[in-house]
Design a protein around this ligand. Structure first.
Ligand SMILES: Cc1cc2nc3c(=O)[nH]c(=O)nc-3n(C[C@H](O)[C@H](O)[C@H](O)COP(=O)(O)OP(=O)(O)OC[C@H]3O[C@@H](n4cnc5c(N)ncnc54)[C@H](O)[C@@H]3O)c2cc1C
Length: 290
């Protein structure tokens, strides 16, 4: 079937983009890196009446630190984050996660904002945003609001963003003193989407005792899942085997995976357990290596 033609606009400012989006109503869509949106159009799985292309908006592509917050503009490409010395110094888990997004060509083009709004439950950015309790700044023509990542993702490919809103900025807390992290991903080939992935951040004191912990699961639930039940198990411990096992069992019990050609629901749940143990072990190993 021949697709219906759509209007195309390439605004020069965020205000202009917001006005175009508002004027286009529910049938207008934003184009960022196009790495998810364009394939959906090509496959006729999505259709639009008008496209608002954000690629000229350099003022949405930045990385800047504001005291204890790392602010990343929504049009920042995955690759810019992966190689940023500023990001590596402030929150190295982000560089690690960025390196796992697809292939280099996709990372050069795709954006953090596009990945978050696309909201694939197996994608790396939603996962680390949930793990680190990131905040998202959304703007519409008349309003600006901030929403927590943990409230943003509603279902696969579904978020709390309104049709006339643009995600403008992603705010991550800078890793506190004593922070260590773990990131584990299972995929069949390098560059594939994760079958299951785990991201965690722990804060350890000089003796290796944990005072704060946060862990999230990707690919095994309808959304990236912050597993709050892991924290009381891990906090106060030094990461002995019994603690890692108990935390992994909690994470596996918290998810509600679906099966597909890449793995059954049961396989995914088992992998959550295995990768949670590995991610926590990886985090504690950073302390020993320091
Ligand atoms: C072969 C292949 C492999 C891939 N592998 C991975 C992988 O392993 N891990 C992974 O995480 N991703 C993977 N991706 C997806 C890739 O990361 C995309 O870059 C990302 O999902 C979408 O970002 P984008 O900038 O390309 O957004 P687009 O495709 O342009 O947009 C995606 C959606 O978000 C909306 N949108 C975009 N930006 C904004 C904004 N600022 N405000 C409001 N709405 C917005 C668009 O309207 C659209 O609905 C892969 C893609 C391909 C083609």
């Amino acid at each position: 079937m021949k697709p219906a033609p759509f209007k195309y606009a390439r605004p020069g400012s965020v205000d202009e983009a917001l006005a175009l989006l508002q004027a286009g109503g529910d049938e207008a869509k934003v184009l960022a890196g196009g790495q998810s949106f364009v394939p959906l159009l090509n496959l006729r799985m999505a259709s639009v009446e008008s496209i608002v292309d954000l690629n000229r908006l350099d003022d949405l592509a930045y990385i800047k630190r504001d005291n204890d917050t790392l602010c990343i503009g929504a049009m920042t490409r995955h690759r810019q984050i992966e190689v940023s010395a500023e990001v590596r110094a402030a929150q190295p888990l982000l560089c690690r996660a960025a390196a796992e997004v697809g292939h280099l060509a996709i990372r050069n083009r795709g954006t953090i904002g596009g990945s978050l709004v696309h909201a694939d439950p197996a994608a790396e950015w939603p996962l680390v945003a949930a793990a680190l309790d990131a905040q998202f700044v959304l703007r519409s023509q008349d309003n600006s609001r901030t929403i927590a990542a943990r409230e943003f993702f509603l279902a696969p490919l579904m978020t709390a963003i309104e049709p006339h809103e643009i995600l403008c900025e992603v705010r991550f807390p800078v890793a506190p003193t004593g922070a260590v992290w773990g990131f584990q991903e299972l995929c069949r080939r390098p560059g594939d989407f994760a079958i299951v992935a785990i991201a965690c951040q722990l804060t350890l004191d000089d003796s290796g005792t944990c005072s704060a912990a946060s862990l999230a699961v990707g690919g095994a639930h309808s959304t990236p899942l912050h597993v709050v039940e892991v924290e009381p198990i891990v906090v106060g411990s030094q990461g002995d085997a019994a603690v890692l096992t108990a935390a992994a069992e909690k994470a596996a019990a918290a998810v509600d995976p679906s099966g597909d050609v890449h793995g059954s629901a049961d396989y995914r749940r088992r992998m959550v357990k295995v990768l949670t143990q590995r991610a926590l072990k990886e985090a504690w190993a950073q302390k020993s290596a320091a």
